[in-house]
Design a protein around this ligand. Structure first.
Ligand code: AMP
Length: 169
């Protein structure tokens, strides 16, 4: 099965010049989605994570079913102000301005093996920030993984951990 058959290209979304890679058809097809989760398990498994961290919001769609499938715990990396209780924040630079992501302060014990996931790797800024945040919390981040990698942006070069992807453009 070629997963690219289930990824829709949307030109000029969310702004002019961006070719958006839409995973909605993949989510809509039970067989293709099962194959995606099984292939993710194959590439993430060797890193032996105890917890999978998903990045808001499409990263949640990828990571929660994968964690269940692999027998791992799941934790959320969210935008500022969404998580209840005490949180650990991390602010990072964007092309214009900055953004802040957070995890709950009890989400991961120091030394826990974590793999962090999102749907798409573009510049790598988001995953890099999530890895820094998890590191701040004492997690042992073993790898990062996405369904889709936009290789021409060379995002994986920004990441301080091994990176896995299933589909490359
Ligand atoms: P980046 O931080 O540049 O690696 O961007 C990654 C984040 O933006 C991910 O959460 C993706 O969901 C989203 N993203 C960036 N570029 C695209 C794209 N061309 N198609 C779909 N999602 C994208």
């Amino acid at each position: 099965m070629d997963l690219k058959d289930y990824i829709r290209d949307v030109a000029d979304f969310p702004k002019p010049g961006i070719l958006f890679r839409d995973i909605s058809p993949l989510l809509a097809d039970a067989g293709a989605w099962r194959a995606t989760i099984e292939r993710l398990a194959d590439v993430v498994g060797p890193h032996k994570p105890a917890i999978l961290a998903g990045i808001e919001s499409r990263g949640f769609l990828v990571t929660a079913p994968l964690a269940l499938h692999m027998g791992c715990g799941f934790m959320m990396v969210r935008k500022r102000g969404k998580l209840p209780g005490r949180t650990i924040p991390h602010t990072y630079a964007l092309e214009y301005g900055e953004d802040t992501i957070e995890i709950q302060d009890n989400a991961v014990k120091p030394g826990t093996r974590v793999v962090v996931l999102d749907d798409v790797l573009a510049t790598g800024g988001t995953l890099n920030a999530a890895i820094s945040l998890l590191g701040k919390a004492g997690a042992d981040v073993r790898a990062a993984c996405c369904i889709i990698e936009l290789t021409f942006l060379e995002g994986r070069k920004r990441l301080p951990v091994p990176f896995e992807s299933l589909v490359r453009y």
